[in-house]
Design a protein around this ligand. Sequence first.
Ligand SMILES: Cc1ncc(COP(=O)(O)O)c(C=O)c1O
Length: 327
Amino acid sequence: MPTHLFGRSMRHDPPRAVSGDGCYLIDADGKRYLDGSGGAAVSCLGHSNAAVRAALHAQIDRLAFAHTGFFTSDPAEQLAERLAAHAPPGLDRVYLVSGGSEAVEAALKLARQYFVEIGQPQRHRVIARRQSYHGNTLGALAAGGNAWRRAQFAPLLAPTSHIAPCYAYRERQAGESAEAYGLRAAQALEDEILELGPETVMAFIAEPVVGATAGAVPAVPGYLRRVREICDRYGVLLILDEVMCGMGRTGHFFACEEDGVVPDILTIAKGLGAGYQPSVPCCARRPSTMRWPPAPGSSSTGIPIWATRSRRRRPMPCFVKSRIDTC
Ligand SMILES: Cc1ncc(COP(=O)(O)O)c(C=O)c1O
């Protein structure tokens, strides 16, 4: 059957998935595929889970959408409450969006809006890391350090500094302890802040465990703590992107708990929606001065469909601390 879709590759047509069964996907010929990675680390509840489907159906039967410019809803409120209850201290505001890239966009815009509103509009520079991935929309792509994905769109991307990643396997020197390497890697952040001029730097964004662009690479002990100190020293917001590594994947609900570090803004997605629900959060501390959320909102974001009945997973947000104390 001819396709009118843009697929991931123009060179071959992928098999047509028609149903799911736990960790298997099934194509039109009945062939079963073990979905070992859950797509791109998405389907962590398995395919066609009966409890999730029932929760989705129940919510759709009640209400599928109400514009967030005019309404809140029980599912959205309950989701935010539950996320805030489990989030690191201070991350108690949740902004619901539709996917990981959009959560990163929201986080960047939120950081910018914060500085505009506290009277530091000169802060606009973003520092990120090489071999990182933060999504495919223009703002998120600019933040990411995946050279191949960025190359052809480079003229469209906002200037972003990319410092060295924390990648002990490749960058730790012989005889250097993990802790010493972590401090050296974090020093790249302070060097870049000083190079750019601290008063111009808005945010540092990093994945606690790098996913799409470097495999599964956690930071060495102490790295993120030093990063947090450096951000605090210069009034720079720390955005941790847990779109891939959050939601229990490291043994903690949020990956940053491993290092005892609390970001100012945290993004989650993938495992929260588990492939059933395209709605994710950006979570942050809400500065008392800030109008909320980073305007304007998106017209398609509305009711987290399975927030009410299913106790398992929820739509995907971007988290914000309700008070940002770094400045
Ligand atoms: C760390 C990270 N941030 C953002 C994204 C973008 O998420 P999405 O593909 O849902 O837009 C990804 C996707 O792999 C990711 O791994």
